[in-house]
Design a protein around this ligand. Structure first.
Ligand SMILES: C[S@@+](CC[C@H](N)C(=O)[O-])C[C@H]1O[C@@H](n2cnc3c(N)ncnc32)[C@H](O)[C@@H]1O
Length: 456
């Protein structure tokens, strides 16, 4: 299962299962995952932390497969035995998916939900066959076939599969039993705790100027009209904004009250971009800072969503692109200084978006990437999202020594950075920012690296 499919299942949970007056409090929730063998990930992880009785049925017996279908595809369960019957990335491989759907309806409880996730596009992938891609009307056709009610559906803007999601009830929606508002309390792991016994050899940063001092100078020179920050924690970075600002963090730990022109949205960035009225929550987005969940897929999603609301002269800063020790780069946190695999964002952006201006800066403790030349209309990363994430997770497992050594990083106090920020600030006021942006590219072309960061 690709990452965006897991996110879609999580969204179904937050929008429909947890807010439901019956399903939201049922424990354990009986879940049947049809076609749920673990092929690069399982929806089971989405339910971690909830009290569920999770049953997997798939064509072949295997690890974590509890049952296989009987003759004619019959599911080996009694009628009405599950609260939630889910199936994702399976119908395209099932020659007669409509029979599978009818079986899912049969084993689902009257007051339960059925969730189907199918690709509307994407490359052929045979497990052992790949038969279909689906259009939105197919979700409606399934509802009719099963005598069920399609209560919600959407098409994922992330490619290459652009999944369709259908949420069904066996009974018509009951106006007496409305589903509540989405549950956006984060139950995703935040990794805010760390072991206290990690050696000094691991627990250190590199670089001279701190990332906060750089950020302060960026505010001073670039004079953003609005600042958005993902990952607030104690508020040390948010506090540096002189302009109106919004911080997004599901678990901020502010020590002092924020100034009046600063607000915090207490949710994950995924939830913010899914549930908030983003346009009305933010001002003209000149500057954004990504410092939330330190896993590459989250940083990539944060970047995609932020770029959509940026203008050509906006700047996005990404923190923690240079782990100072391989232990800091682990995806599961094992140290106080923790970058996770955020470092992968630099090769990803370099490879997929040669149009971006990328300036890796040698800040203490773990480096900062300055991204300019943004294009709110670019679809490249959206179209390739799941491919890029699989590439990053499966093929880029070890942090390369040149990343630890910060090869090609620029001293953040280099006057080039200030000149570039001034040009970008002025480009904001231009009717056509293209010439000044071209000036920024000329300024950087040939000038990199000015001073390769020393290894400390
Ligand atoms: C490194 S701290 C941020 C530090 C802060 N920017 C500073 O420099 O003072 C990371 C923060 O990200 C938050 N976080 C974790 N997962 C997140 C998510 N999915 N979306 C937004 N914030 C998240 C954590 O709760 C934590 O407070």
């Amino acid at each position: 299962v690709h990452l965006s499919s897991l996110d879609n299942m999580r969204m179904c949970l937050k929008r429909h299962v947890l807010p439901d007056p019956v399903l939201g409090v049922r424990a354990p929730l009986r879940v049947l995952d049809v076609g749920g063998a673990d092929v690069n990930g399982s929806y089971r992880t989405v339910f971690a932390g909830l009290e569920v009785d999770y049953v997997v049925v798939d064509l072949e017996p295997g690890d974590h497969v509890d049952a296989v279908p009987g003759a004619g595809g019959r599911l080996p369960f009694d009628d009405e035995s599950f609260d939630l019957v889910i199936s994702g990335q399976t119908f395209e491989h099932a020659g007669t998916f409509w029979q599978t759907y009818l079986e899912m309806v049969r084993v689902g409880r009257e007051d339960g939900l059925i969730i189907v996730i199918v690709p509307s596009a994407g490359p052929e992938h045979r497990y052992p066959v790949d038969c279909y891609r689906f259009l939105p009307d197919s979700l409606v056709a399934l509802a009719r076939l099963g005598g069920t009610h399609l209560i919600d559906s959407w098409r994922d803007p992330l490619g290459p599969f652009h999944d369709l999601v259908g949420v069904y009830r066996r009974t018509p929606p009951d106006p007496e039993r409305p589903t509540g508002a989405p549950v956006i309390d984060s139950f995703e792991p935040l990794q805010n705790d760390y072991p206290s016994n990690t050696s000094d050899d691991v627990e250190h940063g590199a670089g001279d100027e701190t990332c906060w001092s750089l950020l302060e100078r960026v505010h001073e020179v670039f004079e953003p009209r609005f600042y958005l920050e993902i990952g607030v924690s104690h508020g040390s970075s948010l506090r540096l904004a002189r302009c109106p600002a919004l911080g997004i963090d599901p678990a901020p730990v502010l020590v002092d009250p924020l100034p009046e022109h600063h607000r915090i949205s207490r949710m994950t960035s995924d939830d913010f971009f899914s549930f908030a009225e983003v346009a009305s929550e933010i001002g003209p987005l000149d500057l954004a800072y990504i410092d939330g969940m330190h896993q590459v897929e989250n940083v990539l999603k944060d970047f995609l969503h932020l770029e959509r609301v940026c203008h050509p002269a906006s700047v996005i800063l990404i923190d923690d692109i240079f782990p100072a020790h391989p232990v800091q780069a682990q995806r599961e946190r094992a140290s106080r200084f923790w970058t996770g695999d955020v470092w992968k964002i630099l090769p990803i952006l370099r490879g997929a978006r040669p149009d971006l201006i990328l300036l890796p800066l040698d800040t203490w403790p773990c480096g900062t990437l300055l991204v300019a030349g943004l294009d709110a209309d670019s679809d490249v990363l959206w179209e390739r999202f799941d491919m890029l994430v699989s590439f990053a997770l499966d093929l880029m497992s070890d942090v390369h020594p040149e990343i630890i050594q910060r090869e090609g990083a620029l001293d953040p106090s280099d006057p080039l950075v200030t000149r570039m920020l001034r040009l970008l600030r002025d480009a904001r006021l231009d009717d056509d920012p293209t010439p000044r942006l071209a000036g920024v590219r000329r300024l950087l072309g040939g000038a990199m690296p000015r001073r390769v960061a020393p290894i400390s």
